[in-house]
Write a protein that binds this ligand. Structure first.
Ligand SMILES: Cc1ncc(COP(=O)(O)O)c(C=O)c1O
Length: 451
């Protein structure tokens, strides 16, 4: 059947970027294949999701068997697929001390569950006055209303503000505009310690949790914190009895060269959320993970968290278990470190480009921030849609980049290729990115953004 991109756009609430009314018929490895046979390097793994690569037959076979064996049961029942996945996660993946796992259909639902879990924890522990969740200004935690409310993605919140609880925000570590300079080795004063100010200002007894992405994804574009940041944040949260929620939806499951990004700093959060890489795009599944201390007061009171209909869907769990087994068997987290270094190394030549403010990231989660003038950090006018132009130029040249950025980090191209990417793919990616930036900035005057 022919894929009608225009009809698909008209019929959808999510029309996508006019720069990319794009049909994809199938995919294999690190490549998407269009109906007319063009091969597009998936330099973003979709929405930074695909980790083991596209089109693995053994995963498809597991899905087929799982669907045949057990279509669906109410999530309170135990299933072999869920039991296996929980075992794999608690024994081999989650940070030490995280002993519970619950599954959802994706990131936003998982964030909602994490927020409810934090609240239920305090209620059951006899602290019902603790309800506020502190978020950060440059952040994205999902598109459902509570996730939007704790997040700080100005563009995605716009227009919905009356529906969003006004949760307090602490500043992110956006080092590019930090008063200490672009490459400050330690900006704890500027970022982590601000969290303490917010907790004190709000009244510690009213604060249930602090939520943050260990490495900021789409909202800021692979913002890696200075080394002292997360240990300091964990210490502050502990001191004030505030639960620490790490949103690893994008940066988790090996994406940054550790199983989870918090491992880079030896921090164990109270609650963690991670989705995209859990099944590497082979199933819509996310998860919420917690320590015994979080769950104990809830269990003691005989309470539990209401499930979603598709919580721990058996086939999704079976597929996630297989995807993680492949990451382990092929030692792909180690490969992320090697290929991540190679990518950073190749990207470094863009760092001197007059329109590149910064190249940043860790492992295979990297980003390039585009500005009009790298010395003054003047941004392009938003209506010039530079990011969209770069993505469109990349697609024409055979590479898909992920458009990102919000607030001051307005124009960001994110890179999050499958972990199986090769050295020659990386060369192609960087060459096409350089050409696409050049094409977008030099054609900006008078050109339509959608051409
Ligand atoms: C850090 C982070 N949290 C939460 C979400 C929301 O996940 P989903 O789109 O699966 O609902 C995303 C999605 O991009 C994300 O990057």
């Amino acid at each position: 059947m022919a894929i009608d991109t225009e009809a698909s756009r008209r019929a959808s609430f999510v029309p996508g970027s006019p720069a990319a009314p794009f049909a994809v018929e199938r995919a294999e490895g690190a490549y998407l294949i269009t109906p007319d046979g063009r091969r597009i390097l998936d330099a973003a793994g979709g929405a930074i999701v695909v980790n083991i690569g596209h089109g693995r037959r053994e995963v498809a076979e597991v899905a087929a068997r799982a669907l045949e064996q057990l279509t669906y049961v109410v999530p309170t029942f135990a299933t072999e697929a869920k039991t296996r996945l929980v075992e794999r996660l608690t024994e081999r993946w989650l940070p030490e001390g995280m002993t519970s796992a619950s599954f959802t259909s994706g990131g936003s639902e998982s964030i909602e569950a994490a927020l409810r879990l934090a609240r239920l924890h305090h209620v059951c522990a006899g602290r019902p006055q603790r309800w506020k969740v502190i978020g950060r200004d440059l952040s994205y935690h999902g598109i459902t209303l509570a996730a939007l409310a704790v997040g700080g993605h100005a563009g995605r919140r716009k227009g919905y503000e009356p529906l969003l609880l006004d949760f307090p925000k602490a500043p992110s570590h956006y080092c590019l505009e930090c008063s200490l300079g672009r490459t400050t080795p330690d900006c704890r004063e500027q970022a982590a310690d601000k969290l303490e100010e917010v907790i004190v200002r709000e009244g510690p007894d009213t604060v249930a949790a602090f939520i943050a992405e260990p490495i900021v994804g789409g909202a800021g574009g692979a913002l890696v914190p200075p080394d002292g940041y997360w240990p300091r944040v964990a210490e502050i949260c502990r001191r004030y009895g505030v639960l620490l929620i790490a949103d690893e939806v994008m940066c988790g499951f090996g994406r940054t060269g550790e199983k989870f990004a918090v491992n880079h700093w030896g921090v164990v959060p109270d609650i963690m959320v991670a989705g995209k890489g859990l099944a590497g795009g082979y199933a819509p599944i996310g998860g919420v993970y917690a320590t015994d201390d979080v769950v104990a007061p809830i269990a003691e009171r005989g309470e539990d968290l209401m499930f979603y209909t598709f919580t721990a869907h058996p086939a999704a769990c079976a597929v996630a278990d297989k995807a993680l087994e492949i990451v382990e068997r092929e030692d792909l987290v180690a490969r992320v470190r090697t290929m991540g270094e190679l990518l950073a190394n190749r990207l470094s030549r863009l760092a001197g480009h007059p329109n590149v403010a910064q190249v940043r990231g860790l492992g295979l989660m990297q980003a390039v921030e585009i500005v009009r003038d790298r010395d003054t950090l003047e941004r392009f006018p938003a209506e010039e849609r530079i990011t969209r132009r770069i993505v469109a130029a990349g697609l024409k040249k055979g590479v898909f980049f992920y458009p990102a950025g919000s607030g001051p980090a307005q124009d960001v191209i994110m890179l999050g290729p499958p972990f199986i990417i090769t050295e020659s793919d990386i060369d192609l990616l960087v060459n096409v990115l350089e050409e696409s930036v050049e094409a977008a900035v030099s054609r900006r005057a008078g050109a339509s953004p959608d051409k």
